[in-house]
Write a protein that binds this ligand. Structure first.
Ligand code: FAD
Ligand code: SF4
Length: 510
């Protein structure tokens, strides 16, 4: 039976069972489309990376003897819409059966399932064969429970998949070494040179320019540095094990003006495109750890494993548990706009300058920069979660809605009212100073709350607590902060609030 199989841009899984057998009756298709380049303004490197990886994937499939229809962005036959491209191929090639891999994004899932309902031929959706968990495993796990604690889910994953376990107990005696993952990096521990690929992408860049796709961010290196094939992704993974794992946990939350990546793996792009699976990652990292556990402390590996089998799978499960409503949540009732400097990096606040310029230069910022610098600032300035989502979904090379939305709207903006985070991730300048060297070289004084040179995070923080008392005042994890606020001199609080409101009204002047 003549079968058409669709491969989306984030479904580049060479190990998928689809590819085990070759058949003259099976055609694969991949499309570069305006539908995907235009639903948000993406970082230029993100568009380059997706197209480069898709093109290479199609070439590799062809070289292995599969039949592939690849429609480039400027191709005359390109209808620029997924279902129109499919219909054209189905008609032109007398296709009798259509198959697709379940998309991870609600938008595409909905589009394809509706399309199939009206299709005159048979169709079937199959698993991506990528994640540890199925879409609704998390929903089932938390059924009947009041809270959706990641830690409970994570422990269950450890037990189920026998990772870092001795019988039914956590290896090392502790489930979580989070408290050992909070060192400041002071330049005293050497960071090896990063693994930097030099993927030649001039043709892709030219095509993007000719198509006049509107993008954000910068692309000054001219070669694409993240892995775009499975082979490269495995190389990146090996490099992480050899060079970075030894200090991953120690400096997981650290930030520094001279270092964009510190000991982070830079694997998210490859994983989210499914070039490698979380199982590839966990198996490789665990094997390396087993051979080197005399030099690598368990806190380093546990910190990493938690991100992959814990946070990543948990975020996906939460996405499927609560979409499509989740995308509209705004429980803190925030309505401001993001300042212009989020697109230029042009601010006197040194922490934001570094986190944003890293994002603009590399389509990357590590977790704490996303959470405690840009996310913290957006929440303290009471920005509408739609604005924040659009920025995060566009700017990061690894941003796909299933993982971006839950991290941004949920974890970072507390817009889901506390489903993912038990309290908002907000801080004054003192946390930023504790975890980075940003403040020592900043225009602002980290210790001041008011006055022209006061660190904006300080007044914004107390103003936020005061303004959101109705929603947060009863949160037991915020009790200490509210009792400090209650003890604050009324006159002082008034000056702090005036300062914060000035900042919110004139963000681009700071
Ligand atoms: P490492 O620090 O080396 O971590 C290893 C791997 O763990 C990552 O590659 C990633 O696959 C996984 N991981 C770690 N933390 C998380 C998490 N919170 N959620 C899911 N997976 C995680 N990650 C994305 O992949 N796409 C996004 O769009 C995205 N948006 C985010 C938005 C905000 C506001 C925040 C706070 C975090 C976001 N994250 C997102 C999670 C995290 O910041 C990135 O996964 C990480 O920075 C990627 O860099 P890395 O590969 O060097 O990660
Ligand atoms: Fe950021 Fe304030 Fe520190 Fe400046 S002083 S780097 S604005 S936290």
């Amino acid at each position: 039976m003549k079968t058409l199989r669709l491969i989306l841009g984030d479904q580049l899984n060479k190990k998928h069972s689809w590819f085990k057998e070759k058949s003259d009756e099976v055609y694969y298709c991949l499309f570069e489309m305006r539908q995907e380049t235009d639903y948000v303004k993406h970082h230029i490197q993100k568009v380059i990376g997706f197209f480069a990886a898709m093109r290479q994937f199609a070439e590799d499939l062809k070289a292995e003897g599969h039949t592939v229809f690849y429609i480039k962005i400027n191709s005359e036959e390109n209808k620029q819409k997924l279902t129109d491209n499919l219909s054209k191929l189905i008609e032109d090639h007398n296709i009798q059966h259509f198959e697709y891999i379940y998309p991870d994004e609600y938008r595409l899932d909905h589009q394809l399932s509706s399309y199939c309902k009206g299709l005159g031929i048979t169709s079937k959706a199959v698993s991506a064969e990528h994640f540890y968990t199925n879409r609704d495993d998390l929903t089932n796990f938390f059924k009947g429970k009041k809270q959706y604690l990641m830690e409970n889910f994570y422990r269950d994953m450890r037990r189920k998949h026998d990772i870092l376990m001795i019988a039914d107990q956590p290896e090392g005696g502790k489930w979580n070494y989070d408290k050992s993952n909070r060192n400041k990096w002071k330049g005293d521990v050497n960071i090896p040179t990063y693994k930097w690929f030099k993927n030649e992408v001039s043709e892709v860049v030219e095509d993007i320019q000719n198509a006049e796709i509107k993008t954000i961010g910068r692309f000054e290196t001219k070669t694409f540095s993240y892995p775009i094939t499975r082979v490269q992704a495995l190389e990146q993974l090996k490099y992480f094990c050899k060079a970075l794992l030894i200090h991953f946990g120690d400096f997981q939350d650290a930030m520094h003006t001279d270092e964009d990546y510190l000991f982070h793996s830079r694997l998210s792009f490859a994983m989210n495109l499914k070039l490698i699976s979380p199982k590839d990652v966990v198996t490789t990292v665990m094997n390396y750890y087993r051979k080197h556990d005399d030099e690598i402390h368990i806190s380093q590996i546990e910190g990493f494993i938690r991100q992959v089998i814990g946070w990543r799978e948990y975020m996906r499960g939460m996405y499927w548990a609560f979409m499509p409503d989740y995308k509209t949540k705004n429980e803190l009732d925030n309505h401001n706009k993001l300042p212009e400097f989020f697109w230029t990096g042009n601010t006197k606040m040194n922490c934001l300058k570094h986190a944003i310029n890293n994002s603009l230069d590399n389509g990357y910022a590590h977790h704490i920069q996303r959470l405690m610098i840009t996310g913290n600032y957006a929440l303290l300035t009471q920005t509408h979660p739609d604005e924040v989502d659009d920025w995060y979904l566009g700017i990061y090379i690894d941003a796909i809605e299933w993982v971006q939305l839950t991290n941004t709207r949920g974890m970072s903006q507390f817009a889901d009212g506390g489903k993912i985070a038990t309290k908002p991730y907000v801080s004054s300048g003192s946390y930023i100073n504790k975890m980075s060297n940003y403040c020592s070289d900043c225009h602002y004084n980290k210790s001041k709350k008011t006055g022209d040179d006061a660190c904006p995070f300080n007044s914004l923080y107390w103003n936020f607590l005061d303004e959101k008392r109705e929603q947060l005042g009863n949160n037991y994890r915020m009790g200490m902060m509210y009792s400090l606020l209650d003890k604050m001199d009324k006159q002082q609080l008034q000056s702090i609030k005036e300062k914060a409101q000035h900042i919110i009204a004139h963000q681009d002047d700071y």
